[in-house]
Design a protein around this ligand. Sequence first.
Ligand SMILES: Cc1cc2nc3c(=O)[nH]c(=O)nc-3n(C[C@H](O)[C@H](O)[C@H](O)COP(=O)(O)OP(=O)(O)OC[C@H]3O[C@@H](n4cnc5c(N)ncnc54)[C@H](O)[C@@H]3O)c2cc1C
Length: 468
Amino acid sequence: MAEQDYDVIVVGGGGAGMCAAIEAADAGASVLLIDADTRLGGSTALSGGVYYAAGSSVQRALGIDDGPDALFEYYMTLNQYRVEASLARTLCNHAADDLEWLISLGVAFRPEDLYASGVESVPRGHQAHGHGAGITSVLDREVSRRPIDVALDTRVEGLIHTGDGGVRGIRAGGTDVHAQAVVLASGGFGANPHLLHKHYPEATAHGDWTWYIGSRHCQGDGLELGAAVGADIVGHNRGLLLTTPNFRKELEVFVPGWLVYVNREGRRFIRETAEYAVMSGAVKAQTGGSCFALFDDVARAEARPDPRFADAFASGTLSLNWVTDTLDEQVRTGRVIQADTLDDLATRCGIRPGSLTATVERYNADCAAGSDSMFFKDAAVMKPISQPPFHAVEIRPAIVCLTSTGLRIDRHATVLDGRDQPVNGLFAAGETTGGVLGERYIGGGNSIANAVVFGRIAGRSAARAAGR
Ligand SMILES: Cc1cc2nc3c(=O)[nH]c(=O)nc-3n(C[C@H](O)[C@H](O)[C@H](O)COP(=O)(O)OP(=O)(O)OC[C@H]3O[C@@H](n4cnc5c(N)ncnc54)[C@H](O)[C@@H]3O)c2cc1C
């Protein structure tokens, strides 16, 4: 038998990988953590740092009564039961405890930063102070405090597989490193157009509108490494897309309330300010897989940056799409379509004309009455569409935020093959896995909670497999 270099090797040092390495080390295992990047953090470090949990001390401080049972019911219902209950249950049961663990390590989740990041009845989106980097800087420090060897700038290219003995190490840069167990935590495949096309065709349906906002190292290596040793890949065509007018390749997660979204039938179909967790699915379901945002010339002339997101605009984190200068510039490129009548605008956009006029008449009457009679949008942000020229911008779900097709695992984060048998010695967590996140993203924070919860479980399971 080959010499044993480590008990556990963790591939990928984002949120899931650092949690796995910390847990494995705390269980007494010798650990090597390897990352392709020159620093730890992955997409987790680039993220908004929102963590979804029910029953936390942050909620209790605000007098919110919530818990894993309510979260599980919401998770399953929103996903129409098309998600494996044992995985969802594990995530729901551990999410709050693992949030407390992050807090105990020094990550700050302030009560004033708790918000409803999905369509839940009580707020569960815990926004970390310092966003994603606020979480990863603390995890990075915890890694460095433990006897964990870290290899950066090192891309794992293969797994050592000994047949019946299972996975016994990794190969990187032509070198074999042996271990009793390996955790794959190499993130998703958003940066790999070939795998996007194969596993997430919905994301590539919009041609050059599609782009990925995460780490360039998230090439889907974990899926390919796992599949090469027999792991099953599940959760086809799942991930999170964000909507965009494609003015620039910049992130957009909130739009102003004065936009009126209509489909090609000329009808509104959602509250325009609905959370991004549900927005892209609703837009995708419309004829043609996209919709149009309407506004009139008064709204165009008065379009100013939303003061709530001033910091994000200033730092370039959020796109300044819906301001007068940008809209005027996009009139010239043709992305903002103009017409003097609603019928002409409809014809130019391929929208059924008569119903568009009826929709706008009803919307304008709602503005005058101070109440959105169809979708309950806050009347304070509504503006009538009455002053020509009228404007329309096509909106598509085309920004890839994360992918959630991946390796099949059980609730112990053991990787399973096509016959549901464990691939011995192999564990996985975070975006590398499939089946934990359902077709519907339950709310901002679903993915980081997944990375932390299953990362910790994978680290403990791997240490146990190594006899620790
Ligand atoms: C801009 C942005 C905002 C987001 N906001 C939120 C949010 O607020 N809340 C939320 O829940 N989710 C959010 N997400 C999604 C979320 O951040 C990720 O899905 C989650 O953090 C993934 O964690 P992970 O540990 O699985 O992967 P990552 O954090 O991406 O880590 C994977 C690591 O593996 C390394 N790696 C890849 N291949 C190899 C290889 N072959 N060998 C060695 N190392 C390798 C990478 O370099 C990377 O460091 C956001 C994503 C982005 C991009």
